[in-house]
Design a protein around this ligand. Structure first.
Ligand code: ZN
Length: 291
């Protein structure tokens, strides 16, 4: 099952309710992702103390450092442990209290419009492989569900006051991982379309619709749908549509959706039974483009 986000909560992960959140002003949607690091006690991993801090249950007597922070009302939307375990504390639709005094491109109070992700770690040690994997997956999911445009570190929005995620956070690795996964999933989405485009080409070759030389250059200047005034339907298919779709697939770009080629081709090939197979393929392509 692919994870989803429902009412701001990611499915399939551990949820721990933090009392430290409120509504986003005007219920605005988050546009910024903020990466942090945290470990409690500092530089120690694996304990329950981060969860305790974010839920107001940290015992100030358990460690001298805790006495200095136990009174803080802080939270984060997500926390990724060294083991890759992912915990959510606050709905992404709500305002978690992770950034404090902060500003981004002149906009103050980044909590209003951001999602906070804490990585279990510190400023003096590398993060784990699985943390990068989980962070990249989480990032992709959040980008699917929210109009996020930027990713920053806490130190970028609270310079001088905050240093996390610190010099050991590998931004290049993180961004490379996101791009790689995006390209891969785009290719997976495109494969059925590419298969159909190839089937259409081979069917056109079989039925001798495939041309070896292009129409006159002036035909390409048509501004009509399907270049209907200057090309035959199959010419448009071979010289305009197929190359454009393949170029988009090569670039891993978004493909056009909800197009309808079949009605036009059905009319163009009417009473030509030898093109039924081609019409069927075109219909399948139309169907694939519906979303
Ligand atoms: Zn931070």
């Amino acid at each position: 099952m692919h994870p989803e986000i429902i009412d701001g909560f990611m499915t399939g992960i551990k949820q721990v309710a933090s009392p430290y959140f409120n509504d986003r002003p005007d219920n605005q949607l988050p546009t910024l992702l903020v990466i942090h690091n945290i470990s409690l006690p500092p530089d120690r991993y694996g304990g329950p103390h981060v969860e305790q801090l974010f839920t107001g249950q940290l015992d100030p007597n358990e460690h001298p450092y805790f006495a200095t922070i136990a009174h803080l009302e802080v939270s984060s939307h997500f926390f990724i442990r060294r083991t890759g375990e992912l915990i959510q504390f606050v709905s992404c639709d709500k305002r978690a209290w992770h950034a404090g005094v902060s500003s981004y491109h002149g906009r103050k109070n980044c909590n209003d419009f951001s999602i906070g992700i804490e990585l279990e770690g510190c400023d003096t040690e590398s993060f784990t492989d699985v943390q990068y994997q989980v962070l990249a997956k989480l990032t992709e999911l959040l980008f699917q569900f929210y109009p996020l445009t930027d990713i920053v570190g806490h130190s970028d929005i609270a310079p001088g006051r905050k240093t996390d995620p610190g010099p050991y956070f590998d931004w290049i690795r993180y961004r490379t991982l996101i791009n790689f996964n995006q390209e891969k999933s785009m290719l997976e989405q495109h494969l059925p379309v590419l298969q159909l485009l190839n089937d259409i080409e081979s069917e056109m070759r079989k039925t001798s619709l495939w041309q070896t030389s292009a129409p006159e250059p002036s035909a390409f200047e048509s501004v009509e749908p399907f270049c209907v005034d200057r090309m035959h339907a199959h010419e448009w298919l071979q010289w305009i549509f197929l190359p454009r779709m393949k170029a988009l697939i090569d670039m891993r770009a978004e493909l056009p959706t909800n197009f309808a080629l079949h009605p036009y081709f059905e009319e163009a090939f009417k009473e030509q039974d030898e093109h039924n197979k081609l019409l069927e393929l075109i219909k399948q392509l139309d169907e694939l483009s519906q979303n």
